[in-house]
Design a protein around this ligand. Structure first.
Ligand SMILES: Nc1ncnc2c1ncn2[C@@H]1O[C@H](COP(=O)(O)OP(=O)(O)OP(=O)(O)O)[C@@H](O)[C@H]1O
Ligand SMILES: O=P(O)(O)O[C@@H]1[C@H](O)[C@H](O)[C@@H](OP(=O)(O)O)[C@H](OP(=O)(O)O)[C@H]1O
Length: 291
């Protein structure tokens, strides 16, 4: 696929539009390649363009996890992954088709949190390694980075959005308050949202401890909660993993595999942040960078 930064805006396939509520990643018309995630207007299904070898690896990952022959270690991952709905081709561009996890929400509040102290794989150039270390100064200690998040504001029926530049500029202390802010602090009942999300994350942790086939590099948590719960749309949440361009077999050529410590460190530390927010001693502070 053409990936030149000078390429014209790719034509949208029929019945598609740029993905709504996309908080990170390649954005249609804005990314280096101009390609980005799309959604079908009629069904909401996501079309993710397959770019170079990263796309092929991601397609293979979804095929493996959703194959009828998938091993138990792969099948236990399914509840945390958007359902794979096949592929689609238009204008010589191939897309993977995925369940849109935001679609069931009326006013989705969405966050993308990239997990892992190391976010480059063994094939990364020295330059990529250097860049990824410089981009996020807190990463080595924290093990996760806030790549983008948006919250619904019912007072003026709008969305408050923050991007990866903001996320990576936050200090260790600010990250905790920024997470509280995402879950609705100080006005919404952020503790309720956090409790619901924690249930999903602790299930995910158990699955990731059990599975020792795969290593997840640069994979994100996609967290969603309803921004204006009511009878029609109760207080619901969803937690999935997205972005599998750098997933690989944990120990090529062996049967035993090994636990994905890099991923687990980041996931557990995010969980610890949520638990700290539930402590009675926690006092929310609105940080300037989010004003
Ligand atoms: N299945 C999904 N349902 C709803 N939204 C999704 C889904 N998958 C991805 N998104 C949205 O798209 C964003 C980018 O997704 P993803 O990380 O897969 O893209 P990418 O272009 O590969 O990212 P990167 O540039 O980090 O490699 C997510 O942050 C989320 O907002
Ligand atoms: O978040 P940023 O600052 O935009 O950084 C990008 C982000 O880390 C992407 O995940 C990565 O793609 P992969 O993880 O798929 O490698 C991309 O690499 P690239 O520049 O090589 O495309 C980075 O530039």
């Amino acid at each position: 696929m053409e990936s030149s930064s000078t390429s014209a805006q790719p034509k949208l396939p029929p019945d598609t539009k740029p993905l709504q509520h996309q908080v990170a990643g390649h954005i249609y018309g804005k990314s280096k390649t101009k390609f980005g995630l799309l959604q079908r207007c009629s069904t909401g299904e996501i079309l993710k363009p397959l770019i170079d070898e990263r796309g092929s690896r991601e397609e293979q990952f979804y095929k493996d996890v959703f194959s009828e022959q998938a091993s138990k270690n792969l099948r236990i991952l399914r509840p945390f992954i958007s359902t794979y709905l096949g592929t689609y081709e238009h204008d010589e561009i191939k897309y993977i088709v995925l369940e849109n996890v935001i679609h069931p929400f009326i006013h989705p509040c969405v966050a993308d949190i990239k997990i892992g102290r190391i976010t480059y794989d063994s094939t990364a150039s020295a330059e990529k390694v250097k860049l990824s270390r410089e981009k996020c100064p807190t990463l080595a200690e924290i093990g996760f980075q806030l790549l983008g998040w948006e919250m619904y504001r019912s007072s003026n029926d709008s969305y408050e959005c923050h991007d990866r530049v903001c996320g990576r500029s936050l200090t260790k202390e600010e990250i905790l308050h920024a997470i509280a802010h995402f879950y609705g602090a100080p006005s919404m009942n952020y503790r309720e949202n956090i409790k619901l999300i924690l249930e999903h994350l602790t299930d995910m942790e158990q699955v990731m401890v059990k599975q020792n086939d795969l290593t997840f590099i640069a994979t994100s948590l996609l967290i969603v909660y309803e921004g204006q719960p009511n009878e029609k749309s109760p207080n619901k949440v969803d937690v999935r993993l997205v972005d599998f361009a750098h997933v690989s077999k944990s120990k090529e050529g062996t049967e035993t595999g090994q636990t994905d410590e890099n991923f687990l460190f980041g996931l557990r530390n995010y969980i610890k942040h949520l638990q700290r927010l539930l402590d009675d001693e926690y006092v929310y502070v609105l940080i300037d960078k989010l004003k």
